[in-house]
Design a protein around this ligand. Structure first.
Ligand code: HEM
Length: 418
């Protein structure tokens, strides 16, 4: 007997409405797409004021996605792929950050920027995160039982980590959080005509403002270096390598956009999952040190805070019977690879002891593998340790409000109690 053909007529990954569906429905759609050998082609949404994209191929299986990540000579990060495409002027204003470059340019930037993520820096950041988390918990306790976990806890922790690392002064931090949120609203699914233009303008001004702020800090640190990342990046190392002002601006924009919402969403979804799975939570709190490492990997797999990345084809290449031509755009759906049952046993089960857990949530095994992965592992460890220690009954209430986005698996609100 032959298997019934899979119907995918109702699935349009290029449409804005698909990404407005509840997450379980999005996952169910990817389960059907994974049954089709040939990568599917989708058109792109038309957004007023932007160039219309020419469409893209979707990679949805773990094997194809890891092969693409391992093969940057064919699957190039330059030019970057985003759906819908960015406005043409974006690159003139923001420059190219390393995530949108290939080697050797990417390798040079990664070498310089890796100075920010040495074990010594990570140890210092553990102390900062612990102090910051406890300050935030003090505020939560004083404010009374419960509220919104995203704005009161997850965002301030995640933004604090990045701002501490970079050396952003206290008075600018609220602004950083606000601007990253505008970015999330804009990047994920750009909505109707007027709101799209309004958000585009607000987003641009916000990011330009952030760049200006960090470039000014860089100038100051060149004159008076301190024990912070900006100082290390703008002063030369033994090989004479350092970042230019433009590169520093692009780096900072990448750090705040890559590092705040992803970490905050992992934390919030993590609390929700541990609330929904009391057996897993009990396992964790009964032997925190034993389970927290695999628990964090499972949260990143299960949630996949950054749901996709994109690549441009450089050299003709075949995937699943489909010939991809130079210039074709390909979107790699990490959220789908992370539920692929040819790799993960019982992929829809949230199992904090899952090991091995070869998820692609951090972009491994690609050369762009998340530079902040060890930092965020530390951040989530400290956050859950201190939250469960000081507020043992902390729990999520309900599922939270899902961000309408084709990029971030985010929550805009998650009520909590303790
Ligand atoms: C749970 C949280 C996080 C997730 C799920 C995540 C995910 C990812 C993914 C999937 C990539 C690869 C993108 C690609 O191949 O195109 C990436 C790259 C990157 N991430 Fe993260 N990230 C997280 C947190 C952070 C944090 C906290 C930072 C900074 C402190 C950070 C900094 C970066 C940077 C700089 C890159 C670019 C690396 C390169 O191009 O070589 N990320 N991240």
């Amino acid at each position: 007997m032959t298997a019934a053909p899979v119907s995918i007529d109702d699935i349009d990954l290029g449409s804005l409405s698909f990404w407005g569906r509840p997450h379980p429905e999005r996952l169910a759609a990817f389960e059907r797409l994974r049954q089709i050998e040939r990568p599917m082609y989708f058109g792109e949404p038309r957004v007023p004021g932007l160039r219309s994209g020419k469409g893209f191929y979707a990679l949805v299986r773990h094997r194809e996605i890891t092969e693409a990540l391992r093969n940057p000579g064919v699957f190039s990060s330059y030019p970057s792929v985003s759906i819908p495409p960015p406005p043409f002027w974006a690159k003139y204003i923001f420059g190219n950050s390393m995530v949108n470059l290939d080697d050797p340019q990417h390798g040079r930037l990664r070498r310089i920027i890796a100075r920010a993520f040495t074990p010594r820096m990570l140890d210092k950041s553990e102390q900062d995160v612990t102090a910051n988390v406890n300050r935030i918990i003090d505020g939560v306790v004083a404010a009374g039982p419960g509220g919104d976990f995203i704005t009161q806890i997850a965002n301030p922790i995640a933004a604090g980590v990045i701002c501490d690392i970079v050396g952003v002064p206290e008075e600018h931090r609220g602004l950083v959080i606000e601007r990253v949120h505008t970015w999330a609203d804009y990047t994920g699914v750009r909505p109707g005509f007027l709101s799209s233009l309004r958000l585009a303008a607000k987003n641009t001004m916000g990011l330009v403002g952030l760049r200006r702020m960090v470039i000014e800090l860089g100038k100051e640190r060149r004159k008076n270096p301190r024990e912070d990342v900006i100082s290390q990046l703008v002063t030369a190392n033994i090989d004479g390598e350092k970042l230019t002002s433009m590169e520093l601006g692009a780096f900072f924009t990448l750090l705040v956009t890559a590092g705040i919402n992803t970490a905050s969403n992992a934390m919030a979804h993590g609390l929700r999952l541990l609330t929904d799975h009391p057996d897993q939570r009990e396992l964790l709190v009964n032997d925190f040190d034993k389970h927290i490492g695999t628990c964090i990997e499972e949260i990143v797999r299960y949630v996949t805070p950054g749901m996709r990345t994109g690549r441009t084809i450089k050299v003709e290449h075949e995937v699943g019977g489909q010939v991809l031509k130079p210039g074709d755009k390909v979107v790699l759906y990490f959220l789908s690879a992370n539920r692929d049952d040819s790799v993960f046993v019982n992929p829809d089960a949230f199992d904090i002891t899952r090991d091995p857990n070869p998820h692609v949530g951090f972009g491994a095994p690609g050369i762009h593998f998340c530079l902040g992965a060890n930092l965020v592992r530390k951040e989530l460890t400290v956050a859950f340790r201190e939250l469960f220690r000081r507020l043992p009954d902390i729990h999520a209430i309900g599922e939270g409000r899902q961000l309408r986005s084709n990029f971030e698996n985010g929550l805009t609100e998650l009520r909590f109690g303790f």
